[in-house]
Design a binder for this molecule. Structure first.
Ligand code: HEM
Length: 170
């Protein structure tokens, strides 16, 4: 193992830890924190509200760091995979899909940031959608779609690994 191998190992590790922190944190928010917040919404004290608001602020900072780290390490990993000329068209095509899904995740995460407090208040008051169309739109927006996209990107990343090993063995 030379210095370049150690550097790439660390880059891979940091990429994986950032991905796990972002997707894992989003699953925690969706499955644990948001239902708890909704349940306590009616009789929440100011202290309870400020705990949830504080958690949201801290999580936002974590997501910003993860996006930055994933971009930088993702570019390094891509250059490393593409420069030796080992991989073929299937690898490049799947990588293109992965980058598109990742950009979609970044846009969704940044988009939530631009919501005004008024919109947030409206979203809470309006409650879950009643119509089928409303439910479908709700399912592919915000944290639901972030989590679905994140889990899919993990699968696509594993596929990339398999395709790279197949290309190497040829
Ligand atoms: C533009 C952004 C990104 C780029 C360019 C990128 C690129 C890459 C590349 C080239 C690999 C190596 C694949 C191989 O083994 O051949 C990789 C691995 C990986 N990526 Fe990304 N990635 C990006 C964003 C993300 C995001 C958003 C996630 C998760 C939500 C993610 C999760 C992973 C995981 C789990 C691995 C496997 C790491 C390992 O096995 O050690 N990536 N990425």
């Amino acid at each position: 193992m030379n210095v370049a191998d150690v550097f790439l190992l660390i880059v891979r590790w940091v990429h994986l830890v950032s991905a796990a922190a972002w997707v894992g944190g989003s699953i925690f928010y969706l499955v644990v924190l948001r239902p708890a917040q909704r349940r306590s919404a009616a009789d929440a004290t100011d202290a309870t509200k400020s705990v949830f608001a504080g958690a949201a602020t801290e999580f936002r900072a974590l997501v910003d760091t993860c996006i930055f780290v994933l971009l930088v390490t993702g570019i390094i990993l891509t250059l490393n995979r593409l420069t030796p000329g080992v991989v073929g068209v299937p690898y490049v095509a799947v990588l293109g899909v992965k980058i598109a899904l990742s950009v979609w995740m970044f846009v969704l995460a940044r988009g939530r940031r631009r919501r005004t407090p008024l919109m947030e208040a409206y979203a809470e008051r309006s409650g879950p959608p009643q119509t089928r169309l409303g439910q479908a739109v709700h399912a592919v927006s915000g944290y639901n779609s972030l989590v679905i996209l994140g889990i899919t990107v993990f699968l696509v990343s594993d596929l990339l690994k398999v395709l790279f090993e197949l290309a190497l063995s040829r």
